[in-house]
Design a protein around this ligand. Sequence first.
Ligand SMILES: NC(=O)c1ccc[n+]([C@@H]2O[C@H](COP(=O)([O-])OP(=O)(O)OC[C@H]3O[C@@H](n4cnc5c(N)ncnc54)[C@H](O)[C@@H]3O)[C@@H](O)[C@H]2O)c1
Ligand SMILES: [Zn+2]
Length: 357
Amino acid sequence: MKLFELEIKSSKKNYKVKFIDDFIRSLKLLYKKNDFIIIDKFVYDNYVVSHKEYLNSFKFIKIEASEAQKSYLRLAPIIQELIEGGFKKDNRLIAIGGGITQDVTAFIASILYRGVDWYFFPTTLLAQGDSCIGSKTSINFGEYKNQLGNFYAPREIYSDTNFLRTLNEKELTSGLGEMAHYFLVSSEEDYKRYTSEYDNARIDFGVLRDLIIRSLEIKKSYIEIDEFDLNERQVFNYGHSFGHAIESLTQYRIPHGIAVSIGMDIANFMSVNYGYLSAEKRMEIREVLKKIWTGYSLADLSIEEMKNALRKDKKNKGDLLGLILTKGPGKTFKEFKELDSKFSEWLFQYFSEEFYR
Ligand SMILES: NC(=O)c1ccc[n+]([C@@H]2O[C@H](COP(=O)([O-])OP(=O)(O)OC[C@H]3O[C@@H](n4cnc5c(N)ncnc54)[C@H](O)[C@@H]3O)[C@@H](O)[C@H]2O)c1
Ligand SMILES: [Zn+2]
């Protein structure tokens, strides 16, 4: 059976996402002597250890998928192991894991020996439905998240939904939340599709796989015209300024994709206040977003801290917030807005009443 492939045009070299259903087979075909596999320890223990006898000559570096591991200083031992382990410029790095393993591997691949090839087997829904394409690499600097990075695409991506079977409820929901912003940015039709397939996608991996493919197709259409995130691609910051602030204020208790779904509702609420979106449409979109954040509480969130976090957003210009607002699905746009008393009042209203509607 010919499996589905998606080709992504990229400045240096085009690359493909190959949708596979037997990752060990693909890994064996891909691996060459002295390649190094950087793998999430959980994935190693649950998916690789049982095949160990076939893979005994493969070189693995197991990492813990934590934000601390994504920090600049924690990359040093990995780089040391690669250099001391005989890794050379013509060898390749293979990442197996979620977004953290991806960022660690891609960043190291981009700087080691001025750049080596890397391959990616995404194992979380967020990585399969979003981060695996787009070439971004992001590393934390101390407590500051995603401050260092560059654009460095993999050679190939091998996507296997079988990995998703062990995802917990939270990770599955977070992935679906992250994917939602592609469907909402894309069009009314894609938004309707996402809404009607959401419940089924949680239980039927065939439905989920097709949503993953659509999510990547939407992202592809933007990154191919604006790979370096200077213009068109910036609409994918939709829900993210507010989402990042919520993540950081809750000490990452609320995972990324779930924070982004709340962030999209806040962006929609602001869009209603600025006169761009009808209150009815906002409430309609909210129905599906609410399914994503149900069970998470935002009690104790301080509006002052929220404002400080928003002011630090790297997409701002001077004192102006760089917001992605919307006139409805398929009609998102960027606008710079002042964080004035009116805006503060709306934030207060959101966190005291609107979130609980
Ligand atoms: N570079 C990019 O374009 C980009 C885009 C979005 C997010 N990110 C980054 O990705 C990170 C978040 O990534 P993520 O949510 O994919 O996951 P992750 O790598 O943070 O992993 C989340 C958890 O899931 C576990 N896990 C991984 N695969 C699993 C599986 N198959 N079954 C069960 N558990 C599994 C991990 O061990 C970890 O505990 C953040 O650091 C974010 O900044 C990067
Ligand atoms: Zn995101």
